[in-house]
Design a protein around this ligand. Structure first.
Ligand code: SF4
Ligand code: SF4
Length: 226
């Protein structure tokens, strides 16, 4: 059993800085909307939002699952990030996929060497067709991991790219997960670890569901921990 509640465990870490600012207000509104059919503990919701500046490894897997599921395919991350950084292996894979030499691909992309084995490529990305990625099968890590990578990079400021429409949805879902865990801890601290381990697996298994269906199940869990 944890001596502190899961949220206090995060919020009371040495050097912890709460997540705040405009983004926090937007996530609060979205979360209240997502939880509108249940009576929730507002203090837990506020603490859970403050806690967003710290994300565990298990939760990162959840975020990655979520992003791949709810990405709208708007293409804004192919147009408005300014530039993306890729490594030599990724550039080699892209060249091979496009049946081009490494040198030719580098020239075509006007890839700027950064001196650390990485290259910078300006956007808008030449592989974006307006609807999809022409190199989907070999797209680099920076694209595969977006927007989770953006969320993790800016945890301390809470300032994220405004053009990605799913960042707030992802963070709101994480807030709901933490609110539910807090409730479980308060109701049954003895069984908390067992329940949350089971829960974490279940939440990941929800990745096949739509976000609406998943939120519905999470809210059901909120009302009935079994
Ligand atoms: S490589 Fe594909 S996913 Fe990445 S920025 Fe270009 S078009 Fe978008
Ligand atoms: S900006 Fe966000 S929602 Fe749009 S394609 Fe990129 S990851 Fe998906």
């Amino acid at each position: 059993m944890l001596s502190k509640s899961p949220l206090d465990n995060i919020l009371e870490k040495p050097g912890f800085k709460p997540f705040s600012g405009k983004r926090a207000f937007k996530i609060l509104e979205l979360t209240k909307n997502n939880l509108k059919t249940v009576s929730y503990n507002m203090e837990d919701v506020l603490k859970s939002i403050s806690s967003l500046s710290s994300i565990s490894d298990k939760e990162i897997s959840l975020l990655v699952n979520l992003q791949s599921q709810i990405c709208t395919g708007c293409g804004n991350c192919c147009l408005y990030r300014g530039s993306i950084d890729i490594n030599k292996n990724e550039l080699l894979k892209i060249a091979s996929f496009r049946n081009k030499s490494y040198k030719k691909m580098k020239q075509e992309l006007k890839a700027i060497p950064l001196g650390n084995g990485k290259f910078r490529i300006q956007q808008p990305c030449k592989f974006f067709t307006g609807k999809s990625c022409e190199i989907f099968e070999v797209k680099p890590f920076t694209c595969l991991s977006y927007p989770t990578i953006e969320i993790l990079k800016n945890l301390s400021t809470g300032i994220y790219d405004d053009f990605c429409p799913i960042i707030n949805d992802i963070l709101s879902e994480l807030v709901i997960k933490r609110v539910i865990e807090e409730k479980l801890y308060k109701e049954n601290p003895e069984e908390f670890n067992e329940i949350t381990e089971k829960w974490k697996k279940e939440i990941l298994s929800y990745s096949e569901l739509s976000q609406k269906e998943r939120l519905k199940l999470m809210i059901l869990k909120y009302n009935n921990k079994d």
